[in-house]
Structures are given as C-alpha cells and as structure tokens.
Ligand binder design. Structure first.
Ligand SMILES: *[C@@H]1O[C@H](CO)[C@@H](O)[C@H](O)[C@H]1NC(C)=O
Ligand SMILES: *[C@@H]1O[C@H](CO)[C@@H](O)[C@H](O)[C@H]1NC(C)=O
Ligand SMILES: *[C@@H]1O[C@H](CO)[C@@H](O)[C@H](O)[C@H]1NC(C)=O
Ligand SMILES: *[C@@H]1O[C@H](CO)[C@@H](O)[C@H](O)[C@H]1NC(C)=O
Length: 432
C-alpha cells in the first residue's frame, strides 16, 4: 500500500466516521419531540338546533324544528401547495380528513378566501387509480347535518405557520380536493380533521408531534391550537378522562359521561340507556352545541326547569328558553367524565342569548351525545394519543398563556444532515 493510498483510505475512514456521527446526531434530533402553537380565527356563524356532528358518514334525520343560534366556529390557517396559497379550515376533532374546495367547481359553497386551484401548484399530485370510484382516490364525506363534500384525494405540501412565525412544512400530505360540496354554514374553505384516523392532520404529522394536540377556545380573545410538545396539558386544576374508540367509528374520540349536575342535583347516567363504560359521548370541536340523547337529556332538562323561575318561551319542541336578560336565574351545570374529570361549566358555556331570551344550549334528541365547542370555552383541552387521555384545564383562553417555545427545526436539521452525509460520500467517491 503506497503512502498516497493509505492517506486516501484514512481520509475515507475519517469521512465515514464523520458520516456515522452525523447519522447518529440525525437520529437523535429526529426522535426528539417537537411542538408549536398557532393562533386560531374564531368567527361568528349560525348553528341550527339540528344535530351538527361530523362524526358519522351516515345521514341522520333531524326530528326537531330548526332554531338558529348565533355561534362561533374555530378556523385554522393552512398554506396549501407550491407556491403556497392560504386557506382557512374548520378545526374538527370529530372527523378525520383534511379537505379544501378546489377548482374546477362542479358545486361549491360560498367561501371567504379564493378557491384553491391545483393546476397552479407544482407539488399537487392527484391520486391515480385504475378503477373508477376507488375509495383511496375518490372520497365522499357526508356529515351529521347532511352537508357533504365529494372530490379526489391528492398528495400536496401543507405548511403551517406558528404564532412565532416559524413554518412547519408537511410535504406529501394527503388532502381532499373537493369539487362538489354543499350544506356547510362555514365561512372557511374546508375542514381540518383532527381525529385518531390515519389521514387526520395530527396523524400525518408523525411521531415527532407525539399524537398530541390541545386547543383553548376563547369566546372573545385569541384562541390557540398547540401541537406536540406544546400540547401537553398539566398543572393546577388539570383533570383527565380516558378516551375510547369504537369499531364502528374507529377514529372518533369517545369520552365517558358518568353524570351531569344541575347545581347540587347530580343526575347519574347509571340506570339509563345512555350509561356506558367504554365511551358514550363524542368530543367534537367542529360542533358548536352539545347534544344528549333524549331520555337522559330530559332528566337534565327537568332539573333546569325546576331551578329557573323566569317565564318560559317556546320555539319548537327542542328548545328550553326563558324570557330573561340575565344568566343569574340559571343553574350551574357540571359535567362528570369518568376518572374524576368534573367540569364545572361557566354559564356562558351552557346558555346562549336568542333574541330577547336565553336558551339552554344542551340540546336533546340526538342519537349520540356530542360535547361541542361552546361548552369547551375557556378550557385548555388536550388530546394525547399515547396516554389515551383527554385533559381539561380551566384557563382564560383569551389571555396569553405560558406555552413552551416552538421547536420545529428537527425536520430541517434532518434534511441538512442527510444532505451533508450525501455530500461527504460524493466527496469520498470522487477521491477514490
Ligand atoms: C344567521 O342567520 C340569520 C337568520 O337566518 C341571518 O340573518 C344572519 O345573517 C346569519 N348570520 C351569519 C353570521 O351567517
Ligand atoms: C353533487 O353531489 C350530489 C350528492 O351526491 C349530487 O346529487 C349532485 O348531482 C352532484 N352535483 C354535481 C354537479 O355533480
Ligand atoms: C391552584 O388553584 C387553586 C384554586 O383555583 C388555588 O387556590 C391555588 O392557590 C392554586 N395553586 C397553585 C400552586 O397555583
Ligand atoms: C358571559 O357573557 C356575557 C355576555 O356576553 C359577558 O358579559 C360576561 O362577562 C361573560 N361571563 C364570563 C364569565 O365570561
């Protein structure tokens, strides 16, 4: 072996060692949990008293007359495609898919932002299928209130901008491109599904984000959503309850509601058909109001009726409304979820103005109980896929919270290291 070749092989071994070191560094940085926080938009919208549940692909009929409440929807901004186009989509823990309305429109509802044009994006790739109506290429979603979205699945770059201005880039995200949708009352361009299913936004973020999300919905101030490390809910006042899944709806987050208290009157689910040990209530950020199944709901309603002395007004069978302008006449409602998660709800979470009157916004008549976003106002609500717990922490959501700093550089570090390692190898080959 000549001196020159020995030098070369020494350089090569050094480079291989260096490369290995980088690979190790890469591995450790890519498994370290990341996290970031985003501001949400909350906007007035109308919710009717018919069930708005995004949890089921099956149509449900509404047995009661439509009472239109002035409610809020919580939307998140996403940048879609290359170059990125901003869309606003409804935050929905009650469904899986991420979709936006796309050109060409066969049938689009009116949205606030311009409609996404996939032909202008260089990273948009429609899923190709051999057979027509293949469920992995074409989709059809029908929500609880009969709204629907039909279109095709595509792989596309989705970018999320954190509150601190950093970008979290998700290349090759599976999104739905909707060409025929109707029945949505949203001002947004689509829906961001956040449930347990494999195509939800949180699932597609991968292990770095720990399968953890939390949000804090404020009735007035700035609402927030947290991902990954930033989504951990802990500290004074935090209570947790197990979440369950059901075979019929594998992605849906079910909680177990043990009882509801109306002031001091505790109404157990035990002994009613509503009682369960493996989940009886869907927690749904995409639904504005809370629904309970009829038989159990009437018990809660009777207790409220017993308490309130104001004059009753009737707007159809489903409403419980009173001629009053003060919340003082109403009882405090506490929801008792299994595992000791007792949520004492603010009166603004359970009652709502309707013209000159105030109504209870826990509505009866649904097949399935839904815990909606109004009732979750001013709680930091965390979903943790690994511990299978939903946690609640009473929080003034409009006030700036202490949240961990964003840490979303891991993916970039990974890219840099892979490039660096590749560079070293190319260098080595050139020298050989
Ligand atoms: C809500 O519905 C009412 C009556 O149907 C309508 O006048 C109002 O403009 C709607 N508000 C929004 C924000 O859509
Ligand atoms: C959109 O979908 C609905 C429901 O499936 C269907 O009835 C309608 O014909 C479709 N519209 C167009 C323009 O394809
Ligand atoms: C926790 O909360 C309770 C009631 O809200 C309060 O009395 C107590 O001081 C708090 N403890 C800490 C450590 O903040
Ligand atoms: C409840 O809502 C009313 C009317 O919007 C508001 O004046 C009041 O401050 C709210 N109460 C709480 C505790 O947020």
């Amino acid at each position: 072996m000549s001196f020159a070749t020995r030098m070369m092989s020494m350089t090569l071994s050094f480079q291989i060692i260096a490369a290995l070191l980088f690979i190790t560094a890469t591995a450790s940085s890519s498994t370290s949990p990341s996290g970031f926080t985003m501001d949400l938009i909350h906007r007035r919208t109308n919710s009717s008293s018919s069930q708005r549940s995004n949890t089921d692909d099956q149509l449900r009929s509404s047995p009661y007359s439509d009472l239109v409440f002035d409610t809020y929807e919580y939307l998140m901004k996403l940048q879609i495609g290359t170059p990125p186009v901003e869309i606003e989509a409804v935050l929905d823990t009650g469904s899986e898919h991420v979709w936006t309305q796309c050109l060409p429109c066969l049938n689009c509802y009116k949205q606030r932002n311009p409609i996404f044009d996939p032909s202008k994006s260089s990273t948009y790739k429609q899923k190709q299928c051999n057979t027509p109506n293949d469920p992995s290429c074409d989709y059809e979603l029908i929500y609880g209130d009969k709204s629907y979205s039909k279109g095709s699945f595509a792989s596309e770059t989705v970018t999320l901008k954190s509150t601190s201005g950093q970008s979290y880039v998700m290349p090759k995200t599976v999104i739905g491109c909707s060409h025929n949708s109707s029945g949505f009352k949203t001002t947004g361009s689509g829906i961001v599904g956040l449930n347990w299913g494999p195509l939800s936004l949180i699932s597609q973020m991968g292990k770095n984000m720990l399968g953890a999300i939390s949000y804090c919905f404020s009735p007035e101030g700035t609402s927030k959503i947290n991902f990954g490390r930033n989504a951990i809910v802990s500290g004074n006042g935090t209570v947790s309850t197990p979440m369950f899944t059901k075979k019929e709806e594998p992605g849906t987050y079910y909680l177990n509601l043990d009882a509801v208290s109306v002031e001091e009157t505790r109404i157990e689910t035990l002994g009613t058909p509503f009682h369960a040990v493996d989940g009886n209530t869907v927690i749904d950020s995409g639904a504005a109001v809370t629904y309970l199944p009829t038989s159990y709901c009437s018990l809660v309603r009777e207790a409220v009726e017993k308490f309130v002395t104001a004059e009753r007004v009737t707007y159809g069978d489903n409403s419980l409304c009173y001629k009053t302008n003060t919340l003082d006449v109403f009882p405090v409602i506490t929801m008792h979820f299994s595992g000791g998660a007792d949520l004492v709800l603010d009166k603004n979470n359970t009652y709502m103005s309707f013209g000159q009157d105030i109504c209870l916004v826990i509505l009866c008549g649904a097949e399935e109980a839904v815990f909606g976003n109004r009732a979750q106002n001013n709680f930091l609500v965390g979903y943790d896929h690994s511990s299978r717990l939903v946690s609640f922490k009473p929080t003034d959501c409009g006030v700036t919270q202490d949240i961990p700093r964003d840490s979303i550089s891991a993916a970039l570090v990974l890219q840099f290291n892979v490039k660096f390692v590749f560079f070293i190898f190319v260098l080595s080959l050139m020298r050989l």
